[in-house]
Design a protein around this ligand. Structure first.
Ligand code: TXA
Ligand code: MG
Length: 319
């Protein structure tokens, strides 16, 4: 059985208004959405994803002007940033208001608000009179989906409708910034470059992108499981010590000469990191369908989106 896939925003609206959950497109990855103010809808999201209840959900809203319905004591620098960048792959952690159920935030006094930069998602959010709680639309621990078909392969059996908005233009989840402390802190590297955020905020950001960080409980080390072992590093060196016979390689644009390589996925033949980011998760999925028994991934340059790509590959290597 699979879900219905379509571009009918009205259909998604009706289902969401009836308390159902629907997969929606965003510029980062597809989300599994439900009414963030309705604990029953939120509970369905956790159960469809098999997600542990300690891992809070991001709440999607159409603009920053409505933030004060759901958050309080919002620091001026958070609003100023949202005003500057508009809808973007950024999640703002803010002190929550009581209307946001504890289930959404896993009991934390904070809520993650995000304004997705995707026209379908924004139209949907503007037609609803409630915000949408939406984690990435994959079973817990697996690779995030960047097309409607990816969602269908993994969750088609448990959701009624997938709103199709095409391939995600960013391909990595949002960058999460905690604005509840004196100094804003990055809790997850993602689709918006830290360097650009620092220049917009006019200050240096601490990056606390670790699995042991109690303020970002979902950042488990072993996320993004590709189903087979993955090693991250210098592929030429990794090949020298590798004993497996069927090897898949992921690189920015390099190729490697070794008869054991059954698949090489160059994420951007022109060496463009942004393009590479959009192809990362579909590459991890594609490798599953080959006879490769191990993935060797070339470490990306440690700057800009390269940092977020290395973060996801690092976690995939622990899966
Ligand atoms: O790009 C994205 O952020 C996508 C799309 C669908 O918007 N969503 C996404 O959701 O990646 P998810 O659930 O896969 O990851 C959400 C992360 C988790 O690691 C969770 O711990 C963190 O956000 N998070 C959510 N609310 C939080 C809060 N109040 N405090 C700290 N971390 C929070
Ligand atoms: Mg996720």
């Amino acid at each position: 059985m699979s879900a219905e896939i379509g571009t009918n925003i009205q259909r998604a609206t009706s289902l969401l208004q009836a308390g159902e959950i629907v997969a929606i497109p965003t510029e980062t990855v597809y989300g599994l959405a439900g009414n963030a103010l309705d604990p029953k809808a939120v509970a369905q999201i956790f159960s469809a994803k098999n997600r542990p209840s300690f891992d809070p959900l991001i709440v999607h809203v159409p603009n920053y002007q409505c933030w004060d319905l759901y958050a309080q004591d919002i620091p001026q620098e958070a609003t100023a940033l949202a005003k500057k960048i508009g809808p973007a792959p950024v999640t703002y952690i803010l002190p929550k208001k009581d209307c946001i159920p504890d289930l959404v935030t896993s009991g934390h006094p904070t809520v993650g608000l995000r304004i997705p930069n995707h026209s379908t998602a924004l139209t949907l959010l503007n037609t609803l009179d409630f915000p949408l709680a939406a984690p990435s639309a994959n079973p817990f621990g697996f690779v995030s989906p960047t097309t409607a078909q990816h969602v269908n392969e993994q969750l088609g059996k448990v959701i009624p409708y997938i709103l199709d908005g095409g391939s995600c233009s960013v391909g990595l989840e949002s960058t999460i910034i905690d604005f509840t402390k004196a100094q804003p802190k990055v809790l997850r590297l993602g689709g918006f470059e830290v360097e650009e955020l620092e220049s917009l905020l006019g200050s240096t950001l601490t990056v606390q992108n670790s699995s042991s960080n109690p303020s970002a409980p979902g950042m488990l080390v072993s996320h993004y499981s590709p189903g087979i072992p993955l090693k991250l590093g210098n592929v030429s060196q990794l090949l020298n010590s590798e004993t497996q016979e069927n090897i898949a390689v992921i690189s920015l644009n390099k190729t490697f000469d070794d008869p054991r390589i059954v698949e090489t996925l160059r994420l951007s033949p022109t060496g463009n990191i942004q393009e590479a980011a959009t192809h990362l998760f579909s590459a991890l999925r594609a490798i599953k369908k080959t006879k490769a028994t191990i993935i060797l991934a070339e470490k990306f340059p440690e700057q800009g989106l390269g940092l977020a790509i290395n973060d996801r590959l690092q976690r995939a290597s622990k899966g």
